[in-house]
Design a protein around this ligand. Structure first.
Ligand code: IPE
Ligand code: IPE
Ligand code: MG
Length: 257
């Protein structure tokens, strides 16, 4: 196990560059990223949009490695929203093939890093071939006791909340739950993110300053970091910049400090 891991570290060479400026004692427990700007990255190079998605995929690997090395416990990546089905069919089809390619090349490293992969979103409505990769990845990484990497695939924050409400109402209808028992903690347990702490830091690349239906309930007190950098250019350096900014902030959660 350790042998291949050290090989990966050596290969990237610059893995620890810049990381010394990060205070390991005040890292976010959970980072969530809206990986945006792939299409514009490709357009600027005269390439088809899908080339941007491909380039973006390699950044996913870099960011997982960097987070693992820093000791981030939870990383959630917004890969496909419930609204992204509106895109032209060839682009949607390409995006639905990317998980196969990604996990085929990355699964061994993820397992070696003891990463546990999770998925949030309505994965039952993905094409069969994508669904199979999801199941296989869950199976292969189920025993991981290291970082949790959560892929938001066919995810929408409102759909997540609605699904939780449906679950609660079913329990109530069967007489197992009274309205007064529905606390925030109980509600959390019905969301797709059950068991995952709220994100401390939400990052969005590409200059857009909106949440686009990402983790609406869970981000109530997240620190938000926006950068003009497009996702395929973000990488480890972008992550470190976001972390340095995060560590200069004072989180008050409505109280005084
Ligand atoms: C983000 O990049 C990837 C997905 C939403 C799947 P975009 O494809 O949204 O790229 P832009 O925003 O058009 O540049
Ligand atoms: C958000 O990006 C979704 C993902 C990154 C997967 P979009 O590109 O879909 O968001 P909008 O349309 O600009 O709000
Ligand atoms: Mg976009």
């Amino acid at each position: 196990m350790l042998q291949p891991l050290s090989r990966w570290f050596r290969r990237s060479g610059t893995d620890s560059a810049g990381a010394e400026t990060i205070d390991r004692a005040s890292l976010p427990r959970h980072i969530a990223i809206i990986m945006d700007g792939n299409g514009r990255w490709a357009n600027r190079r005269g390439l088809p949009r899908v080339a941007g998605h491909r380039a973006g995929m390699t950044q996913v690997r870099e960011v997982i490695r960097a987070c693992d090395e820093l000791g981030i416990r939870y990383l959630t990546l917004y890969a496909f929203s419930t609204e992204n089905w509106k895109r032209p069919r060839p682009e949607v089809e390409y995006l639905m093939r990317l998980p196969e390619e990604f996990f085929r090349t990355e699964i061994d490293e993820l397992v070696a890093r003891r990463v546990q992969v999770r998925f949030i979103g309505d994965v039952d409505r993905l094409p069969d071939h994508t669904r199979r990769v999801v199941d296989e990845t869950l199976r292969r990484t189920a025993g991981g006791d290291g970082m949790v990497v959560c892929f938001a695939l066919n995810y929408g924050g409102r759909a997540d909340i609605l699904e939780a409400v449906r679950g609660l109402m079913r329990e109530a209808a069967e007489g197992r739950l009274s309205p007064d028992a529905v606390t925030e903690a109980v509600f959390d347990g019905y969301l797709s993110t059950a068991g995952i702490p709220d994100p401390d830091l939400v990052i969005r690349t590409s200059g857009e300053r909106r949440l686009s239906n990402f983790l609406l309930w869970q981000s109530a007190y997240a620190e938000l970091w926006f950068t003009d950098v497009l996702w395929p250019d973000f990488g480890r350096e972008g992550l470190l910049e976001a972390l340095r900014d995060y560590q200069r902030r004072q989180r008050r959660f409505g109280g005084l400090k």
